[in-house]
Design a protein around this ligand. Structure first.
Ligand code: SF4
Length: 361
């Protein structure tokens, strides 16, 4: 039996890893930041924070792709829907607030907004209804961008264009390091994004920032091993890039996906909800593919977009500066049924995850 198989079959392994964590944890407070909604779900669902020593904290960074999609992009999609263009996108995004209204509200006002499960579905729908104009609202990190790229390269039907709002994870991690009072002692990097981009883009964190960084999978034991690996680095006074998720992540990542993304997208600065504009953090369609770019095809101008509604502290939750219960609206005015911010709308949002698990502190 390999060590990977053993990880999932030995029921006493969790106890032993937690014991090792307690042995190697330093006597002072350390904070490890992940940037992944699925990691937050695993941590919260399995109560992993409660297994750790009190001075070892896990904080959630901007890892929810729907949450970081700026209001300006949603405003643009809403405007298109109200002008008669059919918007196709993922379910979570439909209820995320724009500056004034969401795509869900646009639908109530007569706009045609449809939920799809993949960009491939969007292509099929557009082919079936050639007399309608469709826009696929493409959000997500490096995990979903290759699927968008494939469909663009295949040559979508003329009545389909793309509102591209894909964002890249490593620049957001770099931003967090510039926020001095976050006091991050290590990064847990997301396994699925890393499966695509590989380990190389994280090299900068230990090399330039002396920040221990471990790529982790999504099982509870993956997370606990990642914490142990980070604590060991701290104990040894080292900052290394390590890969806990060896069953999926390689140094170079998925070469085919890289090639697809290089052929279709340019990397540009991008606006992130609550975080502002980050250099080299967004994909845009290359000039030679601009005929598929909905921003160019429809030239819809949106102005004065507002990312965070009054009272919502999503911008602080998304950088791990506060935890959801520190927002005065959490589970009072803002619940999964009455969300005030993107972090409560999306199933990958930290507020939503904490609310659904009844975590109150
Ligand atoms: S609880 Fe609601 S209002 Fe508060 S930060 Fe989260 S989404 Fe915003």
């Amino acid at each position: 039996m390999s060590s990977e198989e053993l990880k999932f079959r030995d029921p006493s392994l969790v106890r032993r890893v937690v014991e090792r964590i307690r042995e190697v944890a330093p006597p002072y407070e350390v904070r490890f930041c992940h940037v992944c909604g699925t990691h937050e779900w695993t941590i919260t669902h399995y109560g992993l924070r409660s297994l750790l020593p009190e001075n070892v904290d896990l904080i959630a960074g901007p890892g929810c792709p729907v949450c970081v999609t700026p209001a300006s992009e949603i405003d643009r999609a809403v405007a298109l829907a109200l002008e008669g263009v059919t918007i196709l996108t993922f379910g979570d995004l439909v209820r995320v607030p724009g500056s004034r209204t969401s795509l869900h509200d646009a639908r109530a006002q007569g706009g045609d907004v449809r939920v799809v499960y993949s960009v491939g579905d969007a292509v099929k729908i557009a082919r079936k209804e050639p007399s309608r104009e469709f826009v696929f609202f493409a959000v997500g990190f490096e995990t979903t961008a290759p699927s968008t790229a494939i469909e663009v390269l295949k040559g979508p039907p003329e009545n389909l264009s793309f509102l591209v709002a894909h964002r890249l994870i490593p620049p957001a991690m770099e931003l967090l390091l510039g926020i001095g009072d976050l006091h991050i002692d290590g990064f847990i990097a997301p396994g699925h994004v890393s499966t695509i981009i590989g380990m190389r883009p994280y090299e900068i964190f230990p090399r330039a920032y002396r920040m221990p960084t471990v790529i982790a999978g999504f099982e509870p034991l993956d997370m606990l091993f990642a914490v142990l690996m980070l604590l060991r680095q701290i104990r040894e006074g080292e900052a290394r890039l390590e890969n806990e998720y060896t069953r999926s992540v390689t140094w170079e990542g998925n070469e085919k996906a890289h090639k697809l993304m290089r052929e279709v997208f340019d990397v540009v600065s991008g606006y992130w909800r609550g975080l502002g504009r980050l250099p080299n953090s967004a994909f845009t369609l290359k000039d030679e593919l601009s005929r598929y770019d909905a921003k160019i095809r429809y030239n819809v101008k949106v102005e004065g977009s507002r990312d965070i509604l009054p009272g919502c502290l999503c911008h602080l939750v998304m950088i791990g500066k506060i935890k959801p219960p520190e927002c005065p609206l959490f589970m009072k005015a803002c619940t999964p049924q009455t969300p005030k911010g993107a972090c409560m709308v999306s199933t990958e949002g930290t507020c939503s995850i904490w609310a659904k698990h009844g975590v109150e502190r």
